[in-house]
Design a protein around this ligand. Structure first.
Ligand code: B4P
Length: 192
């Protein structure tokens, strides 16, 4: 199964993708986490991406596409995978279609997590207080910029998938376990 999770920062993409990945026994591919790991390892692409991320801006398309292209070619993605935070631009969505097409595959589901903006900000500020070390982009200055970047650059991706009949919107408000029930219903997962 190939599933894309789309939503603004703090909508629960990472939270829900991780849970679904555990149930389906599929790799969870978070481009944000992959870029942070690359930056921590001191690689050139990682350092380049971090210059954008810490200001709340998107990393360059060609960099992210290369990272994801390499990752989905790994054998553990042969049965499928869950994309968390990718694609975030139309360019990335087109590149993903092309990468999958080369392997004779297509997406099964695209899930948009819908959460009110005030709730997004609260969640991210809460994470800033509880995570150790805190993320450099979970700050009162950068959070509004990330939400604006989502509006400007990522919401067109919703239309891209709506036109292809793939987009399903899931109410992302409520406790993570409540949202997860909706996610499972949407992708047709009936296990325990
Ligand atoms: P990400 O790592 O994807 O960060 P995010 O959008 O904040 O989502 P995340 O998964 O961390 O948080 P979630 O909503 O699950 O991206 C970070 C940066 O990397 C981007 O700004 C960009 O610079 C770069 N990047 C990543 N992908 C890229 C791409 N494709 N192209 C270019 N650049 C890219 O959770 C947030 C918090 O809410 C958590 O603390 C969680 O516990 C909490 N939460 C979740 N669900 C909840 C619920 N139902 N109730 C209460 N709290 C909840």
């Amino acid at each position: 199964m190939l599933v894309v999770f789309i939503g603004p920062p703090g909508s629960g993409k990472g939270t829900q993708a991780e849970r679904l990945a555990a149930k389906l026994q599929l790799p969870h591919l978070s481009t944000g986490a992959m870029l942070r790991e690359a930056a921590d390892a001191g690689s050139e692409p990682g350092r380049r991406a971090m210059q954008f991320m810490e200001h709340g801006h998107l990393a360059p398309d060609e960099l992210v596409i290369a990272v994801i292209g390499e990752r989905i070619a790994q054998p553990d993605c042969a049965r499928g995978c869950l994309f968390d935070g990718f694609p975030r631009t139309i360019e990335q969505a087109r590149a993903l279609d092309q990468l999958l097409l080369e392997g004779g595959r297509t997406l099964d589901h695209v899930l948009e997590l819908d959460v009110a903006e005030a709730e997004l900000v609260q969640r991210l500020l809460r994470r800033a207080k509880t995570s150790d070390p805190p993320r450099t982009d979970d700050t009162p200055e950068v959070i509004p910029e990330r939400i604006e970047v989502y509006r400007r650059q990522t919401t067109p991706v919703l239309e891209y998938y709506r036109e292809r009949g793939l987009l399903r919107t899931v109410d992302g408000q409520g406790a993570p376990e409540e949202v997860f029930v909706r996610v499972c219903d949407t992708v047709g997962y009936r296990g325990t």
